[in-house]
Design a protein around this ligand. Structure first.
Ligand code: SF4
Ligand code: SF4
Length: 450
């Protein structure tokens, strides 16, 4: 067995601590550690982990455990031993247990994980608020979920209510504000006002923005962003210049916007602002996305604040199959000189998710331009789907978010710790709910295995 990533001992210890009727609450970490060590050194019997995902080639098999994060390379004989089809040597058995590829027989890992995440959901470390600064936009992307929504700015008479809402919900926690829209930088005034007010109150906060990037100026980066404590932006690119400009269809007939955006990404990187470039992929722009990846690589390979991630456009008729998605992400990995430009290491090492996204987090909200509050950023502007308003939000309705049951396919899914039941907005558009991690991990294992 060759270990490429060792299992995360802390996660293993937590899962063992959940075994046998006690959990981490009130249990000192040295007791947890002792229980973990005793169990793995003297297991009466073992079983393979339910979270092992494997990719097989004729000579070797890669096994990644989505809960403990271990990644190993096995021979076919070792793989048979892992699955109880061949006798396992004492040495190998110990290695399997230490990496979490095997656990003590009788361990219900899914139940332990369920109890751990329900407990963890009660202890959030920040308040997160997405604010729609405006529903206006200077681009007209065909996939925008805000089609049919009235193009208005955030109602300034609701600013007091927003500040009071933050005061009520932040408790002692820091605040993360995510500005989105429309194009959020079409209405920077609201960002100025809210961040000034939070500063005056002495609240700890940081900001992020989902923007097309076209309105960012050097002056904004130098003067506004530090005041806003803006740490990062997400910018979507749909292809290289021609494809990008055709799809975005900027309203004022602006030309050469792609070139402009690439320059702005460079400025942001120089200023230490993190840039997540979302590569929006559908069946019609795949070749162009690969060209874009080469272009980005040439421009930003050494830029430590710039990373990319693939996103498959939802709500379109001609959807890519799961196999096509995996195969295309593999092509991107092959094109990249540094696969970690897609943050693959962060995804492989990440702690198990306690939540899929904001929808089950009673400390996370999306606020629309009218001051209504939602549990999903794709629902803003749809009054009938709101949880309430900034002034009135029932505690009971908000906390009911914690308890959403898993769908049947997720109950048994090996990717659950990396996805936690996916995106319900994708389900609404008839797409797979599965988060990108599902496809990226499979693509990466194929990439390193071939
Ligand atoms: S349900 Fe989907 S769109 Fe809505 S907040 Fe969650 S991940 Fe985002
Ligand atoms: S949404 Fe998909 S990847 Fe996520 S847990 Fe469910 S079946 Fe698995």
């Amino acid at each position: 067995m060759e270990t490429l990533i060792s299992g995360n001992e802390k996660i293993l210890a937590v899962m063992y601590a959940m075994n046998g009727g006690f959990n981490l609450n009130g249990v000192k970490s040295d007791e947890v550690e002792k229980n973990f060590r005793t169990t793995i050194e003297n297991p009466a019997a073992i079983q393979p982990s339910t979270f092992n995902y494997s990719f097989e080639t004729p000579q070797k098999i890669f096994v990644y455990n989505t809960l403990y994060n271990s990644l190993v390379k096995l021979t076919p004989e070792e793989f048979s031993a892992l699955n109880g089809k061949k006798v396992c040597s004492d040495e190998l058995r110990q290695k399997f247990l230490e990496s979490g590829l095997c656990v003590a027989a009788g361990t219900d890992e899914r139940e332990n994980y369920r109890r751990w995440r329900l407990e963890s959901r009660k202890h959030r470390d920040h308040l997160s608020i997405n604010v729609t600064t405006t529903l206006k936009c200077n681009a007209r992307c065909p996939y925008c979920y805000e089609h049919g929504v009235k193009h208005v700015d955030f109602d300034e008479t609701k600013i007091d209510a927003l500040i009071n809402f933050i005061k009520r919900h932040k408790k002692d926690l820091p605040v993360k504000l995510n500005w989105f829209g429309g194009e959020p930088f079409l209405n920077p005034k609201i960002i100025d006002t809210v961040t000034n007010r939070l500063g005056e109150l002495g609240f700890e906060f940081e900001c992020f923005a989902i923007t097309n990037g076209s309105l960012i100026t050097r002056q904004m980066i130098a003067r506004k962003f530090p005041k806003w404590n803006l740490r990062g932006v997400q910018i979507t690119l749909d292809g290289t210049a021609e494809q990008y400009e055709r799809r975005k269809a900027y309203v004022d007939g602006q030309r050469k916007v792609f070139k402009k955006i690439i320059n702005r990404i460079r400025w942001l990187n120089e200023a230490g602002i993190h840039v997540d470039i979302r590569l929006n992929i559908d069946r019609n722009n795949m070749k162009d996305i690969l060209d874009l990846v080469y272009l980005l690589q040439a421009r930003f390979d050494g830029s430590k604040h710039v990373v990319y991630y693939p996103a498959f456009v939802t709500g379109v008729k001609d959807k890519l199959t799961d196999a096509e998605k995996i195969s295309f992400i593999k092509e991107i990995f092959e094109a990249l000189a540094n696969p970690d430009k897609m943050n693959i290491n962060r995804r492989l090492y990440s702690l198990p998710r306690t939540l899929p996204c904001m929808r089950n987090d009673p400390q996370a909200f999306s606020v629309d331009a009218y001051g209504r509050v939602y549990n999903c950023e794709h629902l803003v502007g749809r009054k009938e789907k709101s949880l309430g308003t900034l002034k009135r939000l029932s505690k009971k309705i908000n906390e009911a978010r914690l308890e959403e049951p898993l769908r049947e396919e997720c109950e048994t899914c090996v990717f659950l710790p990396k996805c936690m039941s996916g995106c319900s907005s994708n389900l609404r558009t008839g797409d797979a709910a599965c988060m990108i991690e599902r496809y990226m991990i499979q693509a990466y294992l194929e990439f390193i295995g071939e």
